[in-house]
Design a binder for this molecule. Structure first.
Ligand SMILES: C[S@@+](CC[C@H](N)C(=O)[O-])C[C@H]1O[C@@H](n2cnc3c(N)ncnc32)[C@H](O)[C@@H]1O
Length: 240
């Protein structure tokens, strides 16, 4: 792990520890200390465990957005999906709030070499082979005992074949690159139930401009409000 990544991880742990024990110690944490998230002890416990196990690439804000928004869509029924699973941390969060809904998980899980071909002119910080240290048996172990989890290992959108009739109430895209984001929007958005939500990671993350570009292109002819969230996510709610 690079020194920058180590520092980030330490900062995440410090942020979590301060949130729980000393939220008045800095200006930003003082305000977060008065946020509802402090009362979500099940979320804080699971987030802490996933960070400690190094299986999650979401900030506390992003992880809580997933938790909170996915939970809100439970009354719609339908399925939940995540495209971009890597080591399974965000999938594990979704398991905790999906209730009885099936959860469909799409990733190469490192078995086809991780990240597929990228567009070097758009995908400035990723290249084919990134994330190849994900292992399907480890993801299965992390999700063991979670009901209704369906893993589709391999290259998307090929792995979505046969799922054309599934309807989704919550979709999480976290694929970092242009073509995969566009493929994810093309498959999932038409299958999102009215009132269903689609959240993408990295929409506002400057090193991954392909994500926002795919949203801009996909919604160019059918403009829908794409709502920017902290830290890097965006949210689209399917009109009712
Ligand atoms: C940033 S990681 C996901 C992180 C995870 N959601 C988390 O929060 O811990 C991105 C993942 O997308 C996967 N991916 C990107 N494009 C893909 C495609 N076309 N088919 C399958 N997997 C893809 C990569 O293999 C990688 O594991």
């Amino acid at each position: 792990m690079s020194p920058a990544a180590t520092l980030t991880r330490l900062a995440q742990r410090l942020e979590l520890a301060l949130l729980r024990t000393g939220p008045g110690l800095t200006a930003s944490l003082r305000f977060r200390g008065r946020h509802h998230v402090r009362t979500e002890t099940e979320f804080l416990d699971l987030y802490g465990r996933l960070l400690a196990d190094r299986v999650l690439i979401q900030s506390l804000n992003e992880a809580f957005n997933l938790w909170d928004l996915a939970r809100q869509t439970a009354p719609l029924h339908g399925s939940v999906a995540e495209f971009g699973v890597y080591k399974g941390g965000s999938a594990r969060l979704l398991c905790a709030v999906k209730e009885s809904r099936p959860l469909h998980l799409f990733d190469t899980f490192g078995e086809l070499g991780g990240m597929p071909e990228t567009r070097p002119d758009i995908d400035t910080s990723h290249r084919a082979g990134d994330f190849s240290d994900s292992r399907l048996p480890e993801v299965r172990a992390l999700l063991a005992g979670q009901p209704e989890v369906r893993i589709h290992a391999g290259l998307f959108p090929g792995t979505a074949a046969g799922l054309e009739d599934v309807r989704f109430s919550f979709v999480h895209l976290d694929v970092d690159i242009y073509q995969s984001t566009l493929d994810g929007l093309r498959f999932f958005y038409p299958r999102l139930l009215p009132g269903g939500m689609l959240v993408s990671h990295d929409y506002s993350y400057l090193p991954t401009p392909g994500v926002k570009r795919a949203f801009d292109e996909y919604f160019a002819d059918d403009p829908q409000p794409v709502i920017r969230l902290w830290d890097t996510q965006c949210l689209v709610v399917k009109p009712r």
